[in-house]
Design a protein around this ligand. Structure first.
Ligand code: SAM
Length: 294
């Protein structure tokens, strides 16, 4: 079998198929065996595991996953890569390649059809232009994922793991940490990709939580409050919530301030200083006030 992390081999395969990189599809292929092994090790794949990969490229990571896992399903948007994958993944009966857009595919249906609805792990070197929608799509669609291990741009990884008060802390941190326990595995230089991207990258693994870290009466309202609180980072909490007409339509400034004080939160604080408990307390309090108004 060809070594797919060898730049020489990759170039030869691409040339043979007349393939050229499409920047807008985030095509940066991995050409470093150590990083490849590091991703797979972090994902902790065993012979009983079902794996969903996003963006196989020429199948470098896919093949490694196919060696270890029970079954691998990989979704690739670029039609030109499909014949290449047929060649590089030949002989792997446990790997299926789906030609499609991961953001448009019905994930629930895929999990049903490909994994009998059973738990699965996500492993990928993600296309960076859609890192956040891919991760959020997996978290929010109610699919039975066990963990997500991905190579993503450094800045997004830092936002995912950030704590209250940190400059990187935002709606993405709260959302990912609500569903999972994220952990940065390591930094990855641009030189391990062909072609090298303009940013540094990180391997991050997100282990699904069995229970959310806080009790939330309505997850939808909780996330609306989180988004509203971070809407304008310079604004105080009360000012951001004043603008959140979707959740607090018809509420006066005084009513919002009173609600925040009831939660033990100073209305002049900024969203980026609030922890899970405090966001939950605000959304649960709004929920009970809305219910008592009915
Ligand atoms: N896994 C390969 C590797 O590690 O060398 C390629 C990774 S490359 C960073 C991202 C891959 O995602 C590319 O193959 C690209 O064509 C594919 N891709 C981009 N947008 C996609 C989408 N919306 N759905 C599925 N695949 C996509």
């Amino acid at each position: 079998m060809d070594n797919l992390t060898s730049p020489k081999v990759v170039k030869a395969i691409l040339e043979k198929h007349g393939f050229y990189f499409t920047k807008s599809l985030g095509q940066n292929f991995l050409i470093d065996n150590n990083i490849l092994k590091k991703i797979v090790r972090a994902a902790d794949i065993g012979s009983q595991d079902r794996v969903l990969e996003i963006g196989p490229g020429i199948g470098t990571l896919t093949r490694e996953l196919g060696i270890l896992a029970q079954k691998v399903v990989t979704v690739e948007i670029d039609q030109r890569l499909i014949p290449i994958l047929q060649e590089t993944l030949a002989g792997f009966d446990n790997i299926s390649v789906i030609h499609g857009d991961i953001l448009k595919i019905d994930l629930m249906e895929l999990v049903h059809n490909s994994f009998d609805g059973k738990p699965f792990k996500v492993v990928a070197n993600l296309p960076y232009y859609i890192t956040t929608p891919i991760i959020m799509g997996i978290l929010e669609r109610g699919v039975p994922f066990e963990s997500i291990t991905v190579l993503i741009q450094k800045e997004v990884a830092q936002r995912i793991v950030a704590s209250p008060g940190n400059k990187d802390y935002g709606a993405l941190s709260v959302a990912v940490q609500y569903y999972t326990i994220p952990r940065i595995v390591g930094k990855v230089p641009a030189s391990v990709f062909m072609p090298p991207p303009k940013v540094d990258s990180m391997i991050i693994t997100m282990e699904r939580r069995k229970e959310p870290p806080v009790f939330v009466g309505s997850p939808e309202l909780f996330f609306d409050v989180v988004h509203a609180s971070f809407a304008k980072r310079r604004k105080t909490l009360v000012n951001n919530l004043m603008d959140a007409t979707k959740i607090l339509e018809g509420w006066s400034r005084q009513e919002i301030e009173e609600l925040l004080w009831e939660c033990g939160i100073d209305p002049q604080r900024r969203g980026e200083t609030l922890n899970f408990q405090e966001f939950a307390s605000i959304s649960n309090n709004i929920l009970s006030k809305k219910k008592s108004k009915l």
